[in-house]
Design a protein around this ligand. Structure first.
Ligand SMILES: Cc1ncc(C[n+]2csc(CCOP(=O)(O)OP(=O)(O)O)c2C)c(N)n1
Ligand SMILES: [Mg+2]
Length: 582
């Protein structure tokens, strides 16, 4: 082994062809320097053979960033996503070749579909054995091509500085997304004395950020003519940090706002102009507003099918304007009369410069207010178990709506989106497009690391929590006071709900009759555990959890058969919601 390693070292040494004098360092040392230069403060990762040189360089380095050792690479990447979603900075991930890299795939896909900036480093077998089915070789470039904004495999150490800088640039500009850099072991072991070129030039990647003035005029004119305008506010507003501009625009023209699931917090949910979330489990008022409006201005949302319902019935009477930094999104699902390819902030700034004289749309606003009053979200209570919707309202009240909330996927996610009304941006991390169970808890870990002074609440179901509960060890190890809430219905609740509604109550493999004792589980990881069974115990328990100086895992037993309403049934239009009233 040693002889082989020596041989490899001398081969790669020769490859490195240093151009400038200086202390020799390995490619791995160079990488660590580049990360420090890129202002990386946290790396989420897990070691293994192909990245040992990088881990060794990290050990020897005096760079000040933290490495967070997860217990599964999926935990690393979801934590990096949580970090990125609440800080707006790119999440950085490091994993070994083969299984390390393939364990990241769900997270990479999740980041791609939700436009989350990540820079992911994977180890790879040495260049000269790539393609030989070497130990822990996997075709990372091939596997990640369709799920990354861009990906690289480093062939020469000279390219490493440019590639790292390009990767951060690509991940964080335009429509954000994940970028993978696959680093063969011989590159990280290669010795070099060079400080290579870090400059880059990407003529083929020049995202359009400034709106075309003619298109802005068209939006302004359409707004001037509209009697029933609605703004759909998506996550693009959060990515471009345009919440102030959005608020000014909305208040200036008194426009009703619908939020997407990922856009929650981009406009204050408690504003009278907010209609709440749209889509499958959105509010009746929000969906009917999109159904009845004569002008729909979509800012930074991608008209996902969970939002639109059956496209035949989506905004049937509306002129559609769509502001998006990604031209591929415009007209993809919904015919669009006024496309505006731009950064949301720049487009809103341009719109704010125009003085639009609006039609009187008081009647429309009143109609929507009446809908809001007449069709509020409703729910039942029970003496025997906790009402999950009421629970969300309670935790909202006790945290003043100020907590950073991460969720997993399922019923609890929808209840949180419906009832934990967000007024501020960057306080919400949920897996939207991919809907990946297992996301919520590690995302909370990343969020807490990114914003250590904030209260972070992780809300999971009993199913999804078990997909990444091994990450509990990190709470103790890194002293993270995350409040971990499990809404326990002894079921894959969302699956169970669909089986009840659309499969004649055939509960095929959706009941979790066997669950671990979450209290004991927490305790075994050195974290305080708690179990709460009925509504009457909720408030004192939550107060205790929030006052506790450290992490808590709390198992809240919710009404098992509770369903998420209202709902657009599969295949139906946004005007055909069921469960709107009791
Ligand atoms: C990785 C993954 N596998 C399967 C699913 C399909 N799925 C969506 S919601 C759900 C049930 C989630 O159950 P739980 O975590 O207990 O949340 P609940 O719906 O009960 O609140 C399942 C299985 C998914 N979204 N992600
Ligand atoms: Mg459940």
């Amino acid at each position: 082994m040693k002889a082989e390693a020596e041989k490899l070292k001398s081969e790669t040494k020769a490859e490195a062809s240093p151009k400038a004098a200086g202390e020799p360092k390995t490619g791995a040392d160079l990488l660590i320097e580049l990360l420090a230069e890129a202002d990386v403060d946290t790396i989420f990762g897990y070691p293994g053979g192909a990245v040992l040189p990088i881990y060794d360089a990290m050990y020897r380095s005096e760079a000040s960033f933290k490495h967070i050792l997860s217990r599964h690479e999926q935990g690393s990447i979801f934590a990096a996503e949580g970090y990125a979603r609440v800080t707006g900075k790119p999440g950085v991930v490091l994993a070994t070749s083969g299984p390390g890299a393939t364990n990241l795939i769900t997270g990479i896909t999740d980041a791609m579909i939700d436009s989350i900036p990540l820079v992911i480093f994977t180890g790879q077998v040495a260049n000269h054995v790539i393609g030989t089915d070497a130990f822990q070789e996997s075709d990372v470039l091939g596997i990640t091509t369709p799920i990354t904004k861009y990906n690289y495999q480093v062939e020469n150490i000279e390219d490493l500085p440019r590639i790292v800088n390009e990767a951060f640039h690509i991940a964080t500009t335009g429509r954000p997304g994940p970028v993978v850099i696959d680093i063969p072991k011989n590159i990280s072991e290669a010795l070099t004395t060079n400080t290579f070129e870090t400059e880059f030039d990407l003529p083929g990647y020049q995202p359009t950020t400034k709106p075309n003035p003619m298109q802005i005029i068209k939006v302004a004119e359409a707004l001037g003519k509209a009697k029933k305008p609605v703004v759909l506010a998506g996550a693009g507003i959060l990515f471009s940090k345009a919440t102030e501009e959005l608020k000014e625009f909305i208040e200036k023209y008194q426009l009703p706002v619908v939020n997407t699931l990922l856009g929650l917090g981009s406009f204050p949910g408690s504003s009278p102009l907010s209609l709440g979330m749209g889509g499958m489990h959105g509010s009746y008022t929000a969906n009917m507003a999109m159904y009845e409006c004569d002008l729909l201005i979509n800012i930074g949302a991608r008209f996902d099918d969970r939002l639109t319902g059956n496209l035949k019935h989506f905004a049937p009477n509306a002129k559609v304007a769509h502001i998006d930094i990604d031209p591929a999104e415009i007209g993809k699902n919904v015919p669009t009369e006024i496309p505006v390819v731009a950064d949301a902030k720049k487009a809103l700034q341009a719109l704010l410069k125009r003085n639009i004289s609006m039609q009187d749309h008081q009647e429309w606003k009143e109609h929507l207010q009446q809908n809001k009053a007449k069709y509020p979200l409703w729910y039942d209570r029970s003496d025997e178990a906790i009402s999950p919707q009421w629970f969300m309202k309670k935790i909202h009240e006790l945290t003043n709506g100020e907590a950073i909330v991460t969720t997993d996927v399922g019923q609890h996610q929808m209840w949180a989106a419906q009832h934990y009304t967000l007024d501020k941006p960057h306080k919400w991390a949920t897996s939207g497009g991919l809907g990946s169970m297992g996301f919520g808890f590690p995302a909370a870990i990343g969020a807490q690391l990114g914003r250590p002074d904030e209260l972070v609440v992780s809300i999971s179901g009993d199913g999804g929590f078990q997909m990444n509960m091994q990450e509990l060890m990190l709470l103790k190890k890194y002293n993270l006071p995350v409040k971990v809430i499990i809404l326990n219905n002894s079921a894959l609740g969302m699956v169970r709900q669909w089986q009840e509604s659309f499969y004649e109550e055939r509960y095929s493999e959706s009941l979790l009759d066997e669950n671990p004792d979450f209290v004991k589980l927490a305790e075994s990881y050195g974290v305080r555990g708690m179990r709460v069974d009925i509504d009457a115990e909720v408030e004192p328990a939550l107060k205790e959890i929030l006052a506790h100086d450290g992490p808590v895992v709390a198992d809240f037993r919710i009404i098992k058969k509770e369903k998420v309403y209202p709902m657009i049934a599969p295949g139906k239009g946004i005007h055909e919601m069921i469960g709107v009233t009791k």
